[in-house]
Unconditional design. Structure first.
Length: 348
């Protein structure tokens, strides 16, 4: 016969407290004051008896799942997504919550339908959309089904509620200011310059030049491809067709910066003495390049943490504005804007 495990009544008897006290301690019930020594008595008794809370039963009573769904437009192996996800995971652990990846059953399946199914089936309590936008129709469907959700780093022009965005302007200005103070005014740019992300980054670059009294020099600016192999060709073409190299070069994306460093090495262009290189993008390997790559980097881990905080404010029914580094021109306090940072390393 299978031995029956210990119950909360056994833990209460072992600790010499009431069964209600055991419930308060093991469920971390808020707004109930328990003396530290009493709490420890309960925890020690539960450990001795190898007692574990029936999480499913508890969640059914509390009408919650202690699980958050995550949806992304990136590959599961994408390093940027994984860093944001790590921030989400770290914050959820503090709340005794777990993560469920909400993936449609096929390419033609609806991710929103999948989220709603998980929510209505009490699999998740809410959804965080990471590095992907939502259409107006998708947002309307989520709202109609009362699904709490947050978007992390959504499209820049999207002004819907509950978003964690990022601002690159201050970090770009700091980088250009550093170059200007070093006597460098011939500053070039390699980037996509089109699409929401590319256009936004290039606009920040030109604005930063203007702020520090530096003219935009079209001769040392070139558009590059999104395709990695073509990107390498574009970088080489840039260098081979310039009559004069820029004294500093911003590269949109760490890959473009890496191609630049490799080309400079092959052609004996000294970095940073002859040309400084700054990447616009985040990579765990930037500091391991030779020379170590200076970069304008996104607060990826903090984005994940902030997304969880914003979602829990919805779950808890908090209507106060979310704390965060808000842009001065933001009129919607449900949109938090976190600033990128300039990480100066050996390449500039």
């Amino acid at each position: 016969m299978k031995r029956k495990g210990a119950g909360s009544k056994d833990v209460a008897k072992e600790a010499g407290v009431s069964q209600a006290t055991v419930s308060y301690v093991l469920n971390n019930t808020p707004n109930v004051k328990i003396k530290p020594e009493t709490r420890q008595l309960v925890l020690d008794a539960a450990k001795r008896l190898n007692y574990h809370t029936n999480i499913m039963a508890r969640n059914m009573r509390m009408k919650k799942t202690e699980c958050i769904g995550v949806v992304t437009g990136r590959s599961m192996s994408n390093a940027v997504f994984m860093t944001v996800l790590d921030g989400i995971r770290a914050s959820l652990i503090e709340q005794n919550y777990s993560i469920t990846l909400c993936l449609p059953p096929s390419e033609s399946g609806s991710r929103i339908a999948e989220c709603i199914k998980y929510f209505n089936s009490r699999v998740i309590d809410g959804v965080i959309f990471v590095l992907t936008g939502l259409t107006d129709e998708e947002k309307q469907t989520l709202n109609e089904n009362d699904v709490p959700y947050v978007m992390i780093n959504a499209l820049a022009e999207d002004d819907a509620r509950f978003q964690v965005k990022t601002g690159i302007g201050n970090a770009m200005s700091e980088a250009v200011e550093y170059l200007a103070n070093s006597g460098i005014s011939e500053i070039g740019y390699l980037g996509r310059m089109t699409g929401n992300l590319g256009a936004r980054r290039y606009a920040s670059f030109t604005k930063a030049l203007g702020k520090h009294g530096i003219d935009v020099n079209e001769d040392i600016i070139q558009k590059i491809s999104r395709n990695e192999e073509q990107e390498k060709i574009d970088v080489e073409y840039f260098f081979e067709t310039r009559k004069k190299l820029p004294r500093a070069l911003f590269c949109e994306g760490v890959n473009a910066a890496l191609h630049t460093l490799r080309y400079a090495y092959k052609k004996n262009i000294r970095v940073p003495e002859e040309m400084a290189v700054i990447a616009i993008g985040t990579s765990q390997y930037s500091g391991k390049f030779c020379p170590a790559l200076s970069a304008i980097e996104a607060p990826l881990f903090e984005m994940g943490q902030t997304g969880v905080k914003m979602l829990f404010e919805q779950l808890d029914g908090v209507e106060e504005p979310t704390e965060g580094n808000l842009q001065e021109d933001s009129m919607n306090h449900d949109i938090v804007t976190l600033e990128w940072s300039f990480a100066k390393r050996e390449s500039c």
